[in-house]
Ligand binder design. Structure first.
Ligand code: NAP
Length: 274
């Protein structure tokens, strides 16, 4: 397993389990337990996913010490708009049943995010969260936030996959020293099946004895991004973590990037309406 060092000195495992659309209760708990058993030490949840309590209970059931697991959660847009980021964080801590969050993110650049960032900085100073970051922010959102902000975000969690490589934003973030986490790394629930049937990915996978999903996830790792694939199936959870015994060649990396269509599967940070 590989780790990435963030700009505040903390370390994040490069592969994590995403739990968006994993049902609260048995389904989320079981997925997290399978992931921890497979070797994952990083779980990505959010207030909006409504499954933080199940993530927390799975971690406790696993018997793995809390400090060995990296937990990310996110403040939702209504809290950003209402100025209740601090309250939301304390509520997430209670639901997760932990006394600190490894990485706390502003989920979307909803109106009021500059003020929310001040709350995030304070939560970090107080030790409730170890690292703070953003999600779905473009460079101009970060620039606006940093007019009054003191702490540069450690992470920006953004959409990226072979159909939407998002290369310019990834390059710009890296240049600023902000680590890039990618969501929907397999193109998300509605498009993963189409992506994973791409002949180019199947051909490359056949050379290494790997699946198309493993080829795509390996492509992300070699772009130095952090990935958080979601699955609620044990075989896929294991498969999505078995990425460290092969390496894609430059021409294969380019071939995969060549699938880019510049089309998103999720909302555009400039026009989202939720
Ligand atoms: N910050 C944000 O705004 C934001 C937005 C979206 C997502 N996220 C985060 O990113 C995580 C991942 O994104 P995502 O859930 O949208 O999409 P994703 O990880 O790209 O794809 C998940 C889909 O692919 C399927 N899948 C997973 N592994 C597979 C495999 N090895 N072979 C075939 N199919 C496979 C899953 O089905 P099964 O579950 O049925 O196996 C599910 O339908 C989320 O869970 C969440 O933590 C963040």
């Amino acid at each position: 397993m590989q780790n990435i060092k963030l700009n505040d000195g903390t370390v994040i495992p490069q592969v994590g389990l995403g739990v968006f659309r994993a049902r609260d209760g048995e389904q989320t708990e079981q997925s997290v337990l399978w992931a921890l058993e497979a070797g994952y030490r990083h779980i990505d949840t959010a207030k909006a996913y409504r499954n933080e309590a199940s993530v927390g209970s799975a971690i406790r059931k696993s018997g793995i010490p809390r400090e060995e697991i990296f937990i990310t959660t996110k403040v939702w847009n209504e809290d950003v708009r209402q100025g209740t980021t601090r309250r939301a964080c304390l509520e997430s801590l209670r639901k997760l049943g932990t006394d600190y969050i490894d990485l706390y993110l502003i989920h979307w650049p909803a109106e009021g995010y500059e003020l929310a960032w001040k709350d995030m900085e304070r939560l970090r100073e107080e030790g409730h969260v170890r690292s703070i970051g953003v999600s779905n922010f473009h460079m101009h959102h970060i620039d606006t936030m940093m007019i009054k902000g003191k702490v540069l975000p450690s992470v920006d969690q953004i959409e990226a996959h072979p159909y939407f490589t998002n290369q310019k934003l990834i390059d710009d973030l890296k240049e600023r020293g902000i680590a890039v986490e990618v969501w929907s790394p397999l193109a998300g629930g509605n498009h993963a099946a189409e992506l994973l049937a791409e002949p180019a990915l199947l051909e490359i996978g056949a050379k290494y004895g790997k699946t198309a999903a493993q080829v795509v996830l390996r492509w992300h790792l070699q772009r130095d991004t952090i990935v958080i694939p979601k699955s609620v199936h044990q075989d896929r959870i294991i498969e999505n973590f078995d990425l460290f015994d092969f390496e894609l060649r430059d021409e294969e990396m380019q071939q995969i990037s060549g699938l880019n269509r510049n089309t998103r599967v999720g909302a555009d940070p400039e026009t989202f309406d939720f």
